[in-house]
Design a protein around this ligand. Structure first.
Ligand code: GTP
Ligand code: MG
Length: 237
């Protein structure tokens, strides 16, 4: 089976080598695609060095910071062209533990989408300030309430898909980024009948590097859930 882990990066020079090493330590035969947005800290050139050491690492370089959502969509299209059957979304900053990868792979045997969930069994978040945890938790209650999606963690970014199911979504029409992107993908896949399962994961705050969290990211998601709800109502999804 051809498996691809997509890691979008913006200024992850502190993490990129360690995270790719940690992934290969768990699963030596999968492949990794880094989608880098011309990170000023030189993440892209580190990846090029890594490529010289391991031909399972691929790099898609974009001109500048174009956002997480389009980075993933370009990665998904790359995976489709390359004939990968399973694709993952994963962060570079060690918030997502590579040791969970085998659990995703067993869950995807009977699903189209597997979501790593911080909130399916209580709260599994380590080292986040209380304010941020509450924000994330309420964002999920709000999303579930407005969209009616039966998902406990709709904003998480550790996910696994059958590439086939991604063809049901028009990836070129997705404009959202941040948390909104995660919600939009889940909602569209759910409405198109994808079998979605959640598995519990423990989320740890980024190990190093700078946070990219912003107010815009929150507003984008807050509006998006209403847009999705009305788009679905009027058959415009
Ligand atoms: N290519 C690309 N990657 C991005 C962009 N924004 C964030 N990323 C990457 O996407 C992943 C998740 O972003 P994070 O900044 O960790 O988001 P977060 O976990 O909500 O917040 P912090 O960890 O506090 O920053 C990381 O690997 C980032 O480097 C972007 O605009 N373009
Ligand atoms: Mg992070």
């Amino acid at each position: 089976m051809k498996i691809l882990i997509i890691i979008p990066t913006y200024n992850e020079s502190d993490n990129i080598r360690a995270i790719t090493d940690a992934i290969f330590a768990v699963h030596p035969t999968l492949e990794i695609l880094v989608v880098d947005d011309n990170s000023p800290d030189g993440t892209g050139s580190i990846v090029r060095t890594l490529q010289g050491e391991n031909n399972r690492i691929h790099l898609l370089e974009r001109m500048g910071k174009l956002g997480l959502g389009t980075a993933y969509c370009e990665g998904f299209l790359w995976a489709m062209e390359g004939g990968y059957e399973i694709v993952f979304e994963m962060d570079a900053d060690f918030s997502h533990d590579p040791k969970e990868i085998p659990n995703f792979l067993s869950a995807i045997e009977n699903a189209d989408v597997v979501l790593g969930s911080r909130y399916s069994r209580g709260v599994n978040v380590v080292n986040w300030p209380m304010q941020r945890l509450l924000l994330s938790w309420f964002a999920n209650v709000y999303t579930r309430w407005i969209t009616r999606m039966p998902i406990h963690d709709a904003t998480g970014g550790f996910k696994c898909f059958r590439t086939e199911i991604l063809r049901k979504v028009n990836l070129k029409r997705i404009r959202s980024n941040g948390y909104a992107f995660q919600i939009e993908m889940n909602f569209k896949l759910w409405r198109r009948g994808a079998r979605i399962v959640e598995i519990p994961i423990i989320f740890v705050d980024r190990r190093s590097g700078v946070s990219k969290m912003s107010k815009n990211i929150i507003w984008e998601a807050a509006w998006l859930v209403w847009k999705l709800r009305f788009a679905a109502l009027f058959g415009q999804l």
